[in-house]
Design a protein around this ligand. Structure first.
Ligand code: SAM
Length: 327
């Protein structure tokens, strides 16, 4: 028992278990909010341990605390401040209980009943003197969108990423977790792998079997630690990189010039594509999943140069109808 306390940090005052609280407050999981609760303290401790060192001065922002399983594990690590962003107000009582337990430990717990996709971090953490950890058993329905939004913040050094040591420890559906971390040539290599690896170093820490959650989701879950790179691999604007990578991967199994070519109008598509691949020194018969992050970025750089010389190309959309009907 002593080893357990040391491993997981501070002991909290005696509390009913999460399972008991869920029952007591009739907190049935809501599918529309992607609610799957983790009741096993060893697993919640393991997730928080994956975040690495949490110093006494640090801030932890937990996304979707729900009934508070991971929240308890975070409190045992005693950050200075814990911010909880939760959309569902039914958890007010269970989270309030944890806030009270945290008071004697001098941990400031702030609860925000908001949508994390709209949450303004800079407003709530105005200065950058403290390190931030983002932790969450994310709702599946928004996990990829949230991650991409955070990469955009990271590229622009804003929001939670004004410092370059903001670390994310997050859960995803196992396949999504594998995609985020997939290396060049990997079976799961896709747009999300490249976007992740341009600005961060993602590590798949461990897999949690679906049966550990209540209710049990259809799939297993992967815990990923995503660390911002000290030196991001590009200084190009995020929207431009996102556009190029999206086009490259739009035809994953075909030669990569096919998807990339759709960035340009059909009149001179072949010629421009060939020229830019040569300039980027990338072989155009590789498949997109065989391209390294560096190769994708070289293709983004030559695209940026091309757009500078031909600004009309920036807004070209190959799916837009050629002769739009006037309505
Ligand atoms: N952390 C709890 C656990 O591990 O047992 C609950 C995890 S559950 C998978 C996801 C949580 O995110 C739910 O509590 C849900 O209400 C919340 N949530 C869903 N969408 C959200 C959003 N857009 N913003 C903030 N919280 C959200």
């Amino acid at each position: 028992a002593a080893a357990r306390i040391l491993q997981s940090g501070m002991r909290l005052p005696p509390l009913p278990t999460i399972r008991e609280l869920v029952k007591l407050y009739k907190l049935q999981a809501r599918k529309q909010l992607s609610q799957n609760f983790l009741m096993d303290e060893r697993l919640t401790d393991k997730i928080v341990k994956s975040a690495g060192r949490i110093d006494a001065r640090d801030i932890v922002l937990e996304v979707g605390p729900g009934p508070g399983g991971i929240t308890r594990s975070i409190l045992r690590r005693q950050p200075e401040r814990l911010m909880l962003v939760e959309k569902d107000q039914r958890f007010t009582e269970t989270l309030q209980l944890l806030k009270e337990c945290a008071r004697p430990l001098n941990i400031q717990v702030d609860m925000y009943y908001e949508d994390i996709l709209r949450f303004n971090v800079e407003q709530h953490i105005p200065d950058t003197s403290q390190r931030i950890h983002l932790i969450g058993n994310l709702p599946f329905a928004i996990s990829t969108r949230l991650l991409i939004n955070w990469y955009e913040d990271l590229a622009a050094r804003r929001g939670a990423f004004r410092r370059n040591d903001t670390c994310m420890t997050l859960t995803f559906q196992k396949e999504v977790a594998e995609r985020i971390c997939s290396p060049v040539g990997g079976e799961q290599r896709c747009r999300l792998s490249v976007m992740s690896q341009i600005w961060t170093e993602p590590i798949l820490k461990f897999i949690i079997p679906g049966k550990a959650f209540v209710p049990k989701p259809q799939v297993d879950v992967g815990v990923v630690k995503v660390m911002p790179l000290k030196r991001p691999k590009t200084q190009l604007p995020f929207p431009l990189v996102e556009r190029v990578v999206r086009h490259i991967f739009s035809m994953r199994q075909k030669y990569c010039h096919r998807g990339y070519g759709t960035l340009f109008p059909p009149e001179d598509r072949e010629e421009v594509t060939e020229k830019l691949f040569q300039r980027a020194e990338v072989q155009d018969t590789l498949r997109s999943f065989e391209l390294s992050v560096e190769q994708c970025l070289r293709l983004a750089e030559v695209y940026a140069e091309h757009v500078n010389a031909h600004p009309e190309v920036a807004s070209y959309d190959y799916r837009a109808p050629k002769n739009p009907e006037i309505v």
